[in-house]
Design a protein around this ligand. Structure first.
Ligand SMILES: [Zn+2]
Length: 240
């Protein structure tokens, strides 16, 4: 495994870095975890599993139940932490060309990142499924607010639900194609298709640096540096 100094060199200017972020990035910022034991996905709601509640069929057929779940379980108020701000700063400095995120909390935008591909969409934007009119997120997450637009269409979060495809994946692939290296932060790289993105760089002999508390399937790949530690403690060591 390369030393920290060597890893810093891999990511040093003028390397064009694409960043891939997952749940670990947001849990450090205070967003509840979805998949860990005790996380949001481990508890049923009205006898239904979260993956069924967050399914496009539930939105279509039981929109009130869908919104009740959203408003009681997914209304969290986290703010971008120093790691988010550092990624935005690295983008302004021309070192990060963009972020692909699996997170739906909108924190990269809030931190000031401009080039962000939200592979699973975002809970931070709502719009009418019929006419496209935008709706205020805080209002839509408030119990009692009407869930239909003036046009009669259903207002929905711009999040990719179960049963829907990842339209943003092409954008992610385009962004990755422009990069010289990838920095992976806070994802175990188990959920495809996003988990396959590092392959696109590795196949071209380009390096991938992974920072994640748990080991990932890529740990032993040639071209991969994996650091099993927190993001907040590691980023300053890589870029400080
Ligand atoms: Zn409408």
């Amino acid at each position: 495994m390369p030393t920290l100094a060597e890893t810093r060199r891999i990511l040093a200017d003028p390397t064009r870095i694409v960043v891939l972020t997952g749940a670990g990035m947001s849990t450090e910022a205070g967003v509840p975890d979805f998949r860990s034991p005790g996380g949001l996905y481990s508890s049923d709601f009205h006898g239904m599993h979260p993956e069924d509640l967050l399914h496009v069929d539930t939105l279509r057929n039981q929109p009130e139940l869908f919104y009740e779940y959203l408003r009681t379980r997914l209304a969290f108020s986290a703010k971008p932490d120093a790691s988010y701000r550092m990624l935005a700063e690295l983008e302004r400095a021309g070192r990060v060309i963009g972020v692909v995120t699996q997170n739906i909390d909108g924190l990269h935008h809030e931190a000031g990142s401009q080039s962000v591909v939200e592979a699973h969409g975002t809970l931070a934007r709502f719009s009418c499924a019929r006419c496209g009119r935008a709706a205020d997120t805080a209002t839509m997450m408030t119990p009692g607010t009407a869930i239909r637009c003036e046009c009669g269409g259903l207002i929905r979060p711009e999040v990719v639900l179960y049963g829907e495809g990842l339209d943003a994946l092409d954008d992610a692939i385009d962004l990755v194609a422009e990069a010289d290296a990838m920095l992976v932060l806070g994802t175990s790289l188990l959920v495809h298709p996003v988990a396959g993105l590092p392959q696109l760089l590795l196949r071209q002999g380009k390096p991938v640096v992974i920072v994640n508390r748990e080991a990932t399937p890529y740990a032993d790949y040639a071209g991969v540096v994996e650091i099993n530690a927190g993001i907040g403690e590691t980023l300053p060591e890589l870029f400080g």
